[in-house]
Design a protein around this ligand. Structure first.
Ligand SMILES: CC(C)(COP(=O)(O)OP(=O)(O)OC[C@H]1O[C@@H](n2cnc3c(N)ncnc32)[C@H](O)[C@@H]1OP(=O)(O)O)[C@@H](O)C(=O)NCCC(=O)NCCS
Length: 343
């Protein structure tokens, strides 16, 4: 017989507030065309992207996270001192250690909240949300802050025509806390490491310490290129279109929701054609509002779902209490889908 007392958490968890931060600099496709042979028309029609935001020197991963979190806390009506854990999903924080989450927790004024980073690419928001729900229900935190934040402009090779136009910067945050009824459904998640090569960093960091830089990729001026994200666009596209629609359907089934019951669909913002294809495969009825934030935000990886959620609520295209299907997918390859009640 165990002597350990059971933990006391909330019966259920929900998203109580969402906040977003988009860098002030808006970058139109024309700027991207300075370095690659392409056209505004091609970028718009093949990806859906018209503009994206790029962070300036002051808009650090921590600074953008603090801004987005402040808005999420205000929307939730929760004081930072009551946050028990800060989970930050990012692939663009450049210090291996410590986690950026501890600085963010401190700057927000939490009371020594547990804080850690996770690396789950474009599925990072769903991974963080799943952890947060577990903490609230298990009782190790009453409120949890989940942040998706990226400065992907730092990891973009502007001379690579396959990726130069795709990525953007920004932060999205949600406060997860107790609920009397289910408001975050079961997560359908997973990984397919056999496809790890399809989205990856061009050169691992340790290659830079060897001294012999001769085998490293060079830019058009002969300088060693900073590592960037590279992908096999078509392979990832096909995987997203065929496999992720199935995962989205499984998340609906797990939550006991039919497409008719849905109000909102917030997929990862990677390509508007992937979004449109998923809408078709899932046979989402016309009344379902679909997030197409990619047009003006680009692909912000872990930040894309909370940023899209925040914008839909801010514009009135979605409202508090709506039932939304969220699905993230990307580098790993990894994915996470769940049905949530919007804050
Ligand atoms: C990147 C992406 C927009 C490219 O679109 P695509 O339709 O697959 O484009 P392709 O790579 O098949 O290239 C089609 C043609 O356009 C050309 N092309 C590629 N990039 C181009 C560019 N920037 N401008 C103009 N033409 C371009 C190619 O050379 C090719 O020409 P060809 O037919 O003469 O050989 C798309 O593959 C994509 O969105 N992939 C998935 C991204 C994603 O989901 N990531 C997930 C997580 S981060």
């Amino acid at each position: 017989m165990s002597k350990i007392k059971p933990s006391k958490g909330a019966p259920y968890a929900r998203i109580l507030g969402v906040g977003g931060y988009r860098p002030t600099r808006v970058v139109p496709n024309e700027v991207i065309l300075e370095k690659i042979d392409s056209s505004d028309e091609w970028i718009r029609s093949r990806s859906g992207i018209e503009t994206r935001h790029w962070a300036g020197p002051e808009e650090t991963v921590a600074a953008m996270s603090v801004e987005a979190s402040g808005k999420a806390l205000a929307a939730a009506g929760v004081d930072a001192s009551r946050i028990g854990a800060v989970v930050v999903s990012t692939v663009s924080h450049f210090s291996q250690t410590p986690a950026i989450a501890t600085e963010i927790a401190d700057r927000l004024g939490t009371d020594k909240a547990a804080a850690f980073d996770i690396s789950a690419g474009c599925a990072g928001f769903g991974y963080g949300l799943t952890l947060a729900k577990g903490m609230v229900v298990e009782g190790s935190a009453e409120y949890v802050l989940v942040i998706g934040v990226e400065r992907l402009s730092d990891l973009t090779d502007l001379e690579d025509r396959a990726t130069a136009f795709l990525f953007g910067d920004g932060a999205g945050a949600v406060v997860v806390g107790p609920s009397k009824e289910p408001a975050i459904g079961p997560t359908v998640w997973g990984s397919e490491g056999d496809k790890a090569e399809t989205i990856k960093q061009t050169v691992p960091w340790d290659r830079f310490r060897v001294g012999d830089l001769s085998a490293l990729p060079l830019d058009s001026e002969g300088n060693v290129k900073f590592p960037a994200i590279t992908q096999e666009g078509q392979a990832v596209f096909r995987w997203a279109v065929f496999e992720m629609a199935k995962v989205a359907q499984q998340a609906l089934d797990a939550a006991g929701i039919s497409p008719d019951d849905l109000d909102v669909f917030i997929p990862h913002q990677a390509n508007v054609r992937i979004i449109d294809s998923m809408v078709k495969t899932l046979k989402l009825p016309d009344h379902v509002t679909v997030a197409r934030d990619i047009r003006t935000t680009g692909n912000t990886s872990a930040a894309s779902i909370p940023l899209a959620m925040e914008r839909l609520l801010a514009t009135g295209d979605a409202k508090s209490g709506d039932t939304a299907l969220v699905i993230g997918f990307g580098a790993g390859l990894v994915y996470a889908a769940t049905v949530v009640t919007l804050p």
